[in-house]
Design a protein around this ligand. Structure first.
Ligand SMILES: CC(C)(COP(=O)(O)OP(=O)(O)OC[C@H]1O[C@@H](n2cnc3c(N)ncnc32)[C@H](O)[C@@H]1OP(=O)(O)O)[C@@H](O)C(=O)NCCC(=O)NCCS
Length: 336
């Protein structure tokens, strides 16, 4: 058995910055409300027609990660792509990355676990590497939310939160099993599936033709729905539980954490977790202020920026934790 470790990180966000004031021009909201409730100051939105998609952003992030890893694209043995906003209903973006990067015909897997997508994807990559089946795995989290949000006052409780972007990591074999990814922990509670969801079009629900036929101006089923307070209350509990689970598994204490990179759901959630574990500002990385919630992309974007800023050093205990739609949640404990 081996461990896996992250040897390359990259991120890409579209250039177009959308401030809270920009949003207040198209819906009844304001900078003070958004900052107070979420901590978000601005986010990035792909401009329609610019050519960026979930896949192309993922590819741009992946190219940086591959270069920093010092490997060739042909060294990649497997691709895992996490997103809730794929270019096509099918096929998923994994194969599009294989095509666009010109990688040989390795396996490409799509993960649909929303805000915990990257944590799930890392866990999958880690298992393949641990068993020795693959050596180098490309893991991508990418989202293009902005084209599918209700940018009117009706959708303001959701649409002010989400942003576009991508992050990628190269995981490789680590022969020293005291280093690299020490453990991953995954959970779900489908009982709350609809509390944070986008239910149409869906084959088991209403298909595109049904939506067109109904032509109902009050139809909100094809926009994301979020029961914000319910999500918030569950998030703080599950984040805490899954961090404790990971620490206990590795006989670590909260004081051993050098850096916690939480999914960037809401700055208030991160601050709650920071307080609960009595972590200093240096021990928790947040960038939601700049990018909003980029779902599966949020952890790899944050981890990349933390690494670029020198906040991730050899020997550090780095904890990734996520919670989101499903509900699904998970954590990754890394000895860098
Ligand atoms: C979404 C969230 C910021 C909303 O904050 P909240 O304090 O729960 O706010 P509420 O939804 O109760 O709404 C409070 C009021 O603000 C209003 N409001 C909602 N969105 C608004 C916006 N963008 N601008 C201004 N007012 C807004 C509501 O209409 C409501 O008005 P009312 O009191 O007159 O009815 C918060 O619930 C949250 O962050 N939840 C977790 C979300 C999350 O993490 N999601 C991702 C998980 S992966």
């Amino acid at each position: 058995m081996y461990n896996s470790k992250i040897i390359g990180l990259g991120h890409y966000v579209p250039e177009n910055v959308v401030t809270n004031d920009d949003l207040s021009k198209v819906m009844d909201t304001n900078d003070a409300w958004i900052q107070e409730r979420t901590g978000i100051k601005e986010r990035r939105h792909v401009v329609r027609g610019d050519g960026d998609t979930t896949t192309t952003m993922g590819v741009k992030a992946a190219k940086i990660a591959i270069e920093r890893a010092g490997i060739d694209k042909d060294d990649i043995d497997f691709i895992v792509f996490a997103t809730l906003s794929p270019d096509y209903y099918f096929p998923g973006p994994g194969v599009l990355v294989q095509r666009d990067l010109g990688i040989k015909s390795v396996g490409a897997l799509d993960v649909r676990n929303q805000c915990s997508g990257f944590v799930y994807a890392v866990s999958i990559a880690d298992q393949y590497i641990k068993t020795g089946m693959y050596k180098n795995v490309l893991v991508i989290g990418s989202e293009l939310h902005s084209h599918g949000l209700d940018m009117t006052t009706r959708g303001r409780g959701v649409s002010v939160i989400f942003g576009d972007g991508a992050g990628a990591a190269i995981l490789t074999r680590e022969e020293d099993t005291t280093k690299g990814i020490l453990s991953t922990h995954l959970h779900s509670e489908g009982q709350h599936a609809e509390e944070l969801s986008l239910i149409a079009p869906g084959m088991g629900n209403r298909w595109v033709t049904d939506i067109m036929e109904d032509n109902d101006p009050n139809d909100e089923s094809y926009f994301p729905h979020m029961n914000g307070q319910f999500v918030f209350k569950n998030a703080v509990v599950r984040f805490s539980e899954v961090i404790v689970e990971g620490l206990e598994k590795n006989k670590l204490k909260a004081t051993d954490i050098d850096l916690l990179v939480p999914h960037q759901a809401n700055l208030r959630i991160s601050q709650f977790i920071q307080k609960k574990f009595q972590l200093s500002d240096d021990q928790v990385f947040n960038n939601i202020m700049k990018y909003g919630n980029t779902t599966a992309a949020s952890i790899p974007i944050a981890l990349t920026e933390a690494w670029e800023e020198g906040k991730v050093k050899s020997g550090d205990v780095v904890v990734l934790a996520a919670f989101g739609s499903g509900f699904t949640w998970g954590s990754v404990i890394i000895k860098w």
